[in-house]
Write a protein that binds this ligand. Structure first.
Ligand code: ATP
Ligand code: MG
Length: 397
């Protein structure tokens, strides 16, 4: 198997092709980064008009388990990555029989399952990492009675297929816990103690096949309604001691998985200052979108390099950055009627970088794009981001 695919490689008269499973905005930005290095790209996504498919050289519009689609992907791409974590791990395993695949099916399978994910975090914590929230696994009726009283009030989360706060219920009593578990269809869940959060942050690392790891700066994240709303990245966004611990813990989590590719780990900073690890995403992350405009290597550049077996030079942030997520809600007025967005005024603000994902239909909660403000100082970037937020109708932060 070829493990290094140098830029400029030509095969059968065409540039070497890199593949991605999933055609969402993360796939689209992967495609942009791969194309900048001269690679051709192929996207597999059931939607023939997916955001990544629209900009890729090749696309395969089949399901993720479709044997013909996977065969075609392996025939076309020299190496394959994924852009969403609920891609069937078996599909990655199948592709890995003939092509380098990063991240590996096993690492993705762990990230897909909160029970296995928390067990991995706990193992890393035992040798100096950061611990997950106190929690209990609920897989059968009898587990409900065994839940320690100290975990309530808590948050019940399905072990699989949760995202953007979906598949979660806040429960204060045992009765509420039993009712919430029943309403989730009695699937495997984790009950987590509700913690007093001072703020949330995340760390993105990239790790190569040779074990080289590089880290991006710690991102401070504000969630609204369970969805990322704002990411702020500049000196002092989180206490320096917490930032160092979170970066070291993320590198440990990646190393212990023998991970290859880009990995994002989310943390809580508690009122006490203590750090708690929440979850990981085996791919670039919404909180890392600012890297495209504020760093000398973006999270997508690092994904391409890790996949192609190229060196991972340590990335440097050159501008303070504030990123606003643009959800479909903004495309409607207070009466639910479609409205035009004030891009002319927004783009007149210094340091504005608008990214729209080419989605033709706005829906509430749907990620339509993001807007990053860069500046020479945190105050400049924040000031302009707040002006844009006011123009767009995003609540101040
Ligand atoms: P994502 O889109 O990041 O994958 P998710 O649906 O998987 O989200 P989590 O990240 O587990 O969900 O939780 C969503 C948000 O809910 C967190 O960012 C945090 O604001 C809040 N939250 C989750 N767990 C806890 C907890 N144990 N204590 C307090 N708040 C929590
Ligand atoms: Mg999360």
């Amino acid at each position: 198997m070829t493990s290094v695919i140098l830029p400029g490689t030509v095969i059968d008269g065409r540039p070497a092709t890199l593949g991605v499973l999933g055609g969402g905005q993360l796939g689209r930005m992967f495609v942009h980064a791969a194309q900048a290095l001269g690679y051709d790209t192929v996207v597999l996504d059931p939607d023939p008009a997916s955001p990544a498919g629209r900009v890729s050289h090749h696309q395969i519009a089949t399901g993720y388990r479709d044997a013909d689609g996977l065969r075609e992907l392996a025939a076309c791409a020299l190496a394959i990555t994924t852009e969403f974590e609920n891609v069937p791990a078996e599909a990655l395993a199948e592709l890995a029989r003939t092509r380098p695949v990063a991240p590996a099916a096993e690492a993705v399978a762990i990230a897909q399952d909160r029970i296995r994910e928390k067990a991995h975090f706990a193992r890393c914590a035992a040798s100096g990492g950061v611990a997950p929230a106190p929690h209990a696994v609920i897989e059968r009726e009898a587990d409900l009675a065994d839940v320690p009283a100290g975990l309530l009030p808590g948050i019940l989360k399905t072990a699989r297929l949760g995202y953007d706060g979906k598949g979660q219920a806040r429960v204060a009593t045992r009765d509420e816990l039993a009712a919430a578990w029943a309403s989730m269809g009695r699937v495997a869940c984790v009950l987590e103690k509700m913690l007093p959060l001072a703020c949330e942050c995340s760390v993105i690392v990239a790790r190569g096949r040779d074990g080289q790891v590089v880290s991006l700066p710690v991102q401070r994240n504000l969630h609204r309604g369970g969805i990322l709303a704002v990411t702020e990245v500049f000196e002092g966004n989180v206490p320096a001691a917490s930032a160092d611990i979170a970066q070291a813990a993320t590198i440990k989590i990646a190393n212990e998985l023998d991970y290859v590719g880009v990995l994002c780990v989310e943390y809580f900073v508690l009122d006490s200052g203590e750090l708690v690890v929440n979850e990981m995403a085996p791919r670039p992350h919404n909180s890392g979108h600012y890297t495209v405009d504020a760093c000398d290597a973006s999270q997508f550049d690092l994904q391409v390099r890790a996949l192609a077996g190229l060196p991972l030079a340590p990335p440097r942030q050159h501008s303070a950055a504030v990123m606003l997520n643009l959800l479909g809600d903004l495309w409607f007025d207070a009466h639910g009627a479609p409205r035009a967005l004030p891009w002319r005024e927004v783009l007149a603000l210094p340091g504005a970088h608008l990214h729209l994902y080419g989605k033709t239909e706005a829906r509430r909660g749907r990620k339509m794009g993001h807007l990053t403000f860069t500046g020479a100082s945190a105050e400049t970037a924040r000031g302009n981001a707040l002006r844009a937020a006011a123009l767009l109708g995003i609540e101040p932060f």
